[in-house]
Design a protein around this ligand. Structure first.
Ligand code: IMP
Length: 500
């Protein structure tokens, strides 16, 4: 006979934290959100920790190189999406690893035989007014000139005028050679009153642009997450099919941590992937596995050698529960798995961090997930709303939106049909294609979210995540008190919407 759970499974919104005693030391500035990412033995330090306990989801609509750089700057980690070709994913990882603050890969590029109209179209698309002119129109082509808005007058010029006729040609450009430091580059920018400085290699190929406006941006990032060579830390998603080729390519590109990306991780496929990785790389390659939603699933992956275990079925774009009838309330799943982790630690002396994946809607859900035992949290919808997500920003009914689609939607799965020769036939979707309200920059939003987390931790009398997990008092709330939790019995003024 089937096993029946005695209790229903619950979501984060059904819980609240009860305040504990806070001493005068308990102020947000004193809170540390440092957390382990990979397993470690009792008494030893984990090989990889984060300063911010948030990772961005392994999704096309979330984790590209811009997200990875922006999040690492704030102390978290992005997992670059695996639903792309091995070469493309490895190249994305390599670009994050090679990124040097202030040195950016040119986003707007054009060939000299293109036209003023092409420049205007490009400007409308990217919003950039500086365009590099290269022989092949790529960001790595031979630099032949630069076009800025000072080089053309739309009202006086024929749109079909060739770029070569009005660009500032290479001979008249001020540029720098590979190897220059940011300080030196900025001095040249200031001395010559430039807005941007191209950096080229010995063959005149474009490497980076340094922009005047970026001058201050890299200065203050006290939480930024760097590897031993001072490069940003980045993760990458893998699957249980092509891992023998994908893992070596990602390791070669410099990925710091990998994660098997699956909505169902309690499987022989994941064990085989972990076994293969350990046989080839020992413990030097860090690899998480998942997703699971119960004790058994956790123990299976921990014993199979996962560096961390990811928990959850039910992100905001997830229709797995509707389509297949499997899943579990995220809070219940997390509480059970965190307990299993603690038991496993007590029994073996090995601490395997738990990542709570999906279902974060309000900022306080982050604090709840940490209090319930998550070591870190993976978010998709949250990050998809920011400038740094790789999707289009579109205007809908007067509001800016960003696109956000599930990895199990036909939109995300299409890459396989093109890349794997049409073998992977979509039978039914497990995710939707949607919009989310555009929310601005990652830094602004994350700063506010983390401030709320820190201040709630102070209300619970906790200055660290382990302390929160020990001290937190958590209560289930009744359906009526959920209504009580929002503004109620008042008539809200038009412009007085409560921010979430
Ligand atoms: P969110 O933060 O609630 O938007 O959830 C993000 C998580 O949803 C991801 O990290 C995945 O675990 C999961 N996910 C991504 N795409 C799909 C899908 O198409 N179907 C089901 N779950 C998905």
């Amino acid at each position: 006979m089937a096993y029946f759970y005695e209790e229903p499974s619950h979501t984060f919104s059904e819980y609240l934290l009860i305040p504990g005693y806070s001493s005068s030391e308990c102020i947000p500035n004193n809170v540390s959100l440092k957390t382990p990412v990979v397993k470690f033995k009792k008494g030893e330090e984990p090989a990889l920790t984060m300063n911010t306990p948030l990772v961005s989801a392994i999704m096309q609509a979330v984790s590209g190189e811009k997200m990875a750089i922006a999040l690492a700057r704030e102390g978290g980690i992005s997992f670059i999406y695996g639903s792309q070709s091995i070469e493309d994913e490895a190249a994305m990882v390599a670009r994050v690893k090679n990124y040097k603050a202030g040195f950016v890969r040119s986003d707007s590029n054009i060939r000299p035989d293109q036209t003023l109209k092409d420049i205007l179209d490009l400007k409308a698309k990217t919003g950039h007014s500086t365009v590099a002119v290269t022989d092949d129109g790529t960001a790595e082509g031979k630099l032949l000139g630069i076009v800025t808005s000072r080089d053309y007058r739309v009202s006086r010029m024929d749109p079909s005028t060739k770029v070569a006729e009005f660009m500032t040609p290479f001979e008249s450009l001020i540029y720098a050679k590979e190897g220059i430091t940011l300080k030196e580059a900025n001095n040249i920018i200031w001395d010559h009153k430039l807005n941007s400085l191209p950096v080229i290699d010995e063959n005149q190929r474009l490497l980076y642009m340094v922009f005047r406006k970026d001058y201050d941006s890299h200065k203050e990032n006290p939480l930024e997450l760097l590897d031993a060579s001072k490069r940003y830390v980045v993760g990458a998603g893998i699957n249980t099919r092509d891992y023998e080729k994908r893992i070596p390519a990602l390791v070669e590109a410099g990925a710091d941590v990998l994660c098997i990306d699956s909505s169902e991780g309690f499987s022989e496929w994941q064990k085989r992937t972990l076994d293969w990785t350990r046989a080839k790389y020992g413990d030097s390659v860090k690899i998480g596995a998942g997703n699971v939603v119960d004790r058994e699933g956790f123990l299976f992956l921990a014993e199979a050698g996962a560096d961390f275990v990811k928990v959850g079925i039910g992100g905001s774009i997830c229709i797995t529960r509707e389509q297949k009838g499997i899943g579990r309330g995220q809070a219940t799943a997390l509480i059970e798995v965190a307990k299993a982790r603690d038991e496993y630690y007590a029994r073996t002396g090995i601490y395997v961090p738990v990542c709570s994946d999906g279902g974060i809607v309000h900022d306080y859900h982050v604090t709840l997930a940490l209090a319930m035992g998550a070591d870190f949290i993976m978010l998709g919808r949250y990050f998809s709303r920011f400038d740094e997500s790789p999707t289009n920003k579109v205007m809908i009914n007067g509001n800016y939106m960003k696109e956000y689609w599930g990895e199990g939607s036909s939109r995300a799965r299409n890459w396989q049909r093109y890349d794997l020769g049409g073998e992977a036939k979509l039978s039914f979707e497990e995710g939707v294609d949607s919009y989310v309200p555009y929310a601005g920059s990652l830094k602004d939003n994350l700063t506010l979210t983390l401030y709320k987390v820190r201040s709630t931790m102070c209300n619970c009398g906790a200055l660290t995540i382990p302390e929160l997990q020990e001290k937190a008092k958590i209560t289930l709330v009744s359906a009526t008190s959920i209504v009580e939790g929002g503004a109620h019995d008042v008539v809200l003024k038009e412009n007085n919407k409560i921010s979430k």
